[in-house]
Design a protein around this ligand. Structure first.
Ligand SMILES: O=C[C@H](O)[C@@H](O)CC(=O)C(=O)O
Ligand SMILES: [Zn+2]
Length: 278
């Protein structure tokens, strides 16, 4: 299992990076390798950002040396969203069926975890985010229709979108991981603007459903020191607690957000006033 390590960045260092430097530290370019599981291990809240792309054979989740435990979930929890064709996730002998946009939460202590595609000709693709855990919460399949939805934004600001909360207290219990999916309404291009920061929690944005050659300009950095990263389909951006996270597409897209940190209060955000952005 391929695992890449990313060290945490101080904002004073981050603001001095050029385009290649920003991409090297904050962008995860390749999540899905056919027939494999890949991980990027970020020292920002010890988030592990992964992709599982099973074909004819199922893929076993093993513990990379980077985490120093016998099994991946010995001291971790994870959320996985299927963004491909129909798939299955096997957890300790139990099979969970995930259609596209369904998710699964897998609690600490699960040992046998496998990802598979129902049809190798229309393979499943699982986007994975994992955080450290301190107790076992119940493994749970969360279908798209079971997520809690919020309707926000409006067309005049090009930010009308549906935020679907999948792993969040009240929907699915977890230690610190929270995850959901935001779907833009047709013709709307901006996400998370007006923007915010939450130094208590770090976040990862995974963009998908972009048609080539569309790109998302993802905005990051401290509110008074913004930068951007150009993101292609099925790539992710790491957002440390000090950074805004917002994007505008040159075409339609959807994204999955996920966080880890000190609290699980979705509304605990420090909104940034437009007048204060630089
Ligand atoms: O802290 C919360 C996250 O940034 C996202 O949930 C925001 C989001 O999906 C959106 O505004 O579209
Ligand atoms: Zn946020």
């Amino acid at each position: 299992m391929k695992t890449e390590i990313r060290q945490a960045q101080h904002p004073e260092n981050a603001k001095a990076l050029d385009t290649a430097g920003l991409r090297r530290h904050f962008l995860v370019e390749t999540l899905f390798e056919p027939g494999a599981i890949t991980f990027t291990y970020s020292h920002v809240d010890r988030l592990m950002i992964g992709g599982a792309a099973p074909l004819a054979e199922s893929l076993e989740l093993t513990a990379p040396p980077a985490i120093g435990t016998a099994s991946f979930l010995a001291r971790r929890e994870l959320g996985a969203f299927n963004v491909g064709g129909p798939g299955r996730v096997l957890v300790d002998g139990q099979t969970h069926e995930l259609d596209t946009r369904d998710a699964i939460y897998i609690g600490m202590g699960a040992e046998g975890v496998r990802f598979e595609s129902v049809d190798a000709a229309n393979p499943a693709r699982f986007y994975i985010l994992s955080t450290p855990a301190h107790r076992r919460c119940e493994t749970r399949l969360i279908k798209r229709a079971e997520a809690k939805t919020m309707h926000v934004g409006d067309i005049t600001n090009s930010n009308k979108r549906v935020i679907a909360q999948y792993i969040l207290p009240g929907v699915c219990d977890s230690c610190q991981l929270v995850m959901g999916m935001t779907q833009l309404e047709p013709g709307n291009m901006w996400n998370t603007m007006p923007c915010h920061v939450h130094d208590r929690r770090s976040e990862v944005y995974f963009y998908f459903d972009l048609k080539e050659p569309a790109r998302v300009f993802h905005f990051m950095g401290e509110p008074q020191e913004t930068r951007h990263v150009v993101v292609a389909n099925e790539q992710a951006v790491i957002s440390p607690g000090w950074s805004i996270h917002s994007g505008v597409g040159t075409g339609a897209y959807t994204f999955i957000w996920g966080m880890g940190g000190d609290n699980q209060d979705y509304t605990d955000m420090d909104m940034v006033r437009m007048e204060d952005l630089r």
